[in-house]
Write a protein that binds this ligand. Structure first.
Ligand code: WT7
Length: 649
């Protein structure tokens, strides 16, 4: 190992270690580290015990059938997800407990649903769907903002055995069209619009555009969110949600679904071509998400749990809807953005509802850091007892800030690694057991086997960077890609062998067995034969007081293969200068070693981001390579790309 490499590796590890706070450990659901050995040795039994906490119509006769790369869990078990998320809590005397707290963006709009009320709404919508002709097995697409009808809709679909496919409400008409076609959905559920930063955004027009030349949709259900009077429904095709649901019965017999029946489809972008339709099934998914929700977030019956994701992403499916509700947890849904009406909106919500567990993303945390602690400091957030992070590696600086400023220094942070494909959290601390290292998602969930391989499939020793693989099937894993088993096999199970899941992430394990995920493989640079993580360079950049956010990508270089180029958003009113460029270069050089010094630093007011806030480094890379950067219509801020292009030129 070169001097430079060892410098990188020690850098992230030097940080402080955070053991579970005493009080937290004392009350933790899981505080016995022996669970790891138990799960390792009794893998199927371990999962079977979680499955037994759910209500089944018929018990499975086999826990797992593994014909790599195809898995079946809880074979021949019969179960209904909607029943497990709603009815059984009513039957267990929790009918009056709050199931969903919905907070609209307008501050005076909130709604709460008890489990009984939720059951009624779910049944009404399920009955309406049936009346429209939706049958078991028909795919229903949702294109909605974060309104209660979305959560109710998922549960209504799963009640009648109609798999749902949620398309994120911020996606473009083209993206929606493509997903409707691929899934051959018969029904689209959408809305007239929604609120974003006080403005009314139109959604109906997007939906109509997506429906042009659509070949499968014969019914469109419109939720009247904004009360717009400038919309004309197509008499044959379109109906209003409130009209079709109002006179429905509040009872609807749940379908007895096979454990392996499809629960939903979720499209996710691949490296090339059309989006991949990730297929999740019923029994295993519900078992995996409810188990991890309970253990990772240390869920108690009186928790007020808030996951800030959008239900348009897998995080919202697993950890706003299915996991929490299967556990009978009060779950919060927020419609709006974090800076409306002001930059303290999140903290206002935490204070208002006495939130105890908060699950959000590093990109949001960095934004909050940039805005400054005066916003959270306005609010009493002493009810918080556990924090979570997901979506990308969290740089230690942001971790520390989250811990200190939001968590008041005494909330464990669970940094959870997983994917749309994995359905549930796979690498994560257990907050009553795990000593935390800021920036590491720590260890595989009990029983799970993760490893780091080199290109040839050798398991790498500690602290050598390689590819993250999973070596055991897990209950909520994807079963296939919708109508494309070949792509399923190629993408995930062919890099090594058909029983090794290739996650597509670069990572390493340290000497304590902690996983350090550095990001998608295409975020890893090879500079003059050295594997450099863009994340570590970015972390070094944001470590500088002038830097709010940074993205590093490789620019093709004849001699070195690639050289790193840094895109930087400065703090507050700071302005870029040649002097600052040099200062940042040497700052990174100091932290990572000379090879990590960016060849160029580009100051910008913004970066191309997905609607979920992920920086699209792929586009920056294309700009640097002088290549066509392709379609930007699904970005949050498509205009920034042209500006950056000019800058690069
Ligand atoms: C990719 C999956 C799963 C929920 C949201 C994203 C990255 C996710 C972490 C984490 C480092 C992370 C990985 C992964 N990622 N969580 N805690 N630490 N990286 O779902 O869109 O399917 O993206 O997000 O690169 O492969 P997704």
């Amino acid at each position: 190992m070169s001097e430079k490499e060892s410098h990188i590796e020690s850098r992230l590890e030097e940080g402080k270690i955070y053991p579970p706070p005493k009080e937290f450990k004392k009350n933790a659901n899981i505080d016995d580290p022996g669970i790891y050995e138990y799960a390792e040795k009794n893998y199927e039994k371990f999962w079977e015990e979680f499955a037994e906490r759910l209500d089944w119509y018929e018990k499975w006769d086999e826990v797992l059938e593994w014909n790599p790369p195809y898995a079946k869990w809880f074979l021949n078990g019969k179960i209904n997800a909607s029943y497990n998320c709603v009815d059984r809590h009513v039957e267990n005397g929790k009918g009056d407990k709050t199931a969903i707290i919905w907070e609209g963006e307008p501050t005076d709009e909130t709604k709460e649903y008890t489990f009984t009320e939720l059951k009624d709404e779910v049944c009404k919508f399920a009955n309406a769907l049936k009346e429209l002709g939706v049958e078991k097995g028909d795919i229903v697409t949702f294109y909605l903002p974060m309104i209660p009808e979305l959560a109710i809709g998922l549960l209504a679909c799963s009640r009648i055995g109609a798999p749902h496919s949620v398309v994120f409400g911020g996606f473009s008409p083209t993206a929606l069209h493509e997903r409707l076609e691929d899934s051959q959905s018969k029904v689209l559920v959408t809305a007239d619009g929604y609120y974003r930063r006080g403005k009314e955004l139109k959604m109906w027009e997007n939906a109509l555009e997506a429906l042009e030349n659509a070949t499968s949709v014969d019914k469109v259900i419109a939720v009247d969110r904004l009360g717009r009077d400038d919309i004309t429904l197509d008499e044959e095709r379109d109906v209003y949600y409130h009209e079709i649901t109002e006179n429905q019965a509040t009872e609807c017999e749940p379908e007895k679904m096979d454990s392996e029946d499809m629960l939903f489809l979720m499209y996710t972008s691949g490296t090339t071509g059309k989006p991949k339709g990730v297929v999740h099934t019923t029994g295993g998914y519900l078992t995996g998400t409810s188990a991890t929700h309970k253990w990772v977030f240390d869920i108690k019956d009186d928790d007020i749990y808030w996951c800030t994701a959008d239900i348009g992403w897998i995080t919202g499916h697993s950890y706003i809807v299915y996991g929490p509700l299967a556990n009978g947890t009060t779950t919060i849904m927020y419609e709006g953005s974090p800076d409306y009406p002001d930059k303290d909106r999140f903290w206002e919500i935490v204070e208002k509802y006495d939130v105890t567990v908060l699950y959000t993303a590093p990109t949001a945390i960095r934004l909050f850091m940039k805005w400054g602690r005066k916003y959270p400091d306005k609010h009493d957030m002493s009810t918080l007892r556990l924090l979570g992070s997901v979506g990308e590696p969290i740089n230690p600086k942001a971790w520390e800030w989250y811990h200190e400023v939001i968590g008041g220094g005494n909330c464990p942070i669970v940094d959870t690694w997983w994917q749309t494909e994995t359905g549930m959290i796979l690498i994560t601390p257990l907050p009553g057991i795990t000593d935390l290292k800021p920036g590491s998602a720590t260890k595989p969930f009990p029983g799970l086997k993760a490893d780091i391989y080199d290109a040839e499939g050798n398991s790498l020793p500690p602290n050598q960077g390689g590819y993250l693989v999973i070596k055991r099937p897990w209950p909520s894993m994807l079963r296939t890609l919708y109508e494309d088993p070949e792509r399923y096999e190629d993408t995930y199970w062919s890099e090594y062998s058909s029983d090794i899941y290739f996650a597509g992430d670069g990572a390493r394990v340290d000497e304590d067995g902690y996983f350090w995920v550095v990001g998608r493989i295409d975020d890893v640079l090879n500079v003059a034969g050295h594997r450099l993580s863009t994340m570590e360079m970015e972390s070094a950049l944001v470590d500088h007081p002038a830097v709010a956010e940074a993205a590093v990508v490789g620019r093709p270089d004849e001699v070195k293969g690639h050289v790193p180029v840094a895109y930087v958003i400065l703090e507050g009113e700071r302005e870029g200068s040649e002097e600052l460029v040099q200062e940042l270069r040497s700052h990174v050089g100091k932290i990572i070693g000379p090879i990590g010094k960016p060849a160029a630093v580009r100051f910008s007011s913004d970066l191309p981001k997905t609607r979920s806030g992920k920086i699209m480094r792929r586009i920056l890379k294309k700009l640097e390579a002088g290549e066509d950067y392709g379609d930007t219509s699904t970005l949050r801020n498509p205009n920034i790309v042209e500006q950056l292009k000019k800058m690069v030129e």
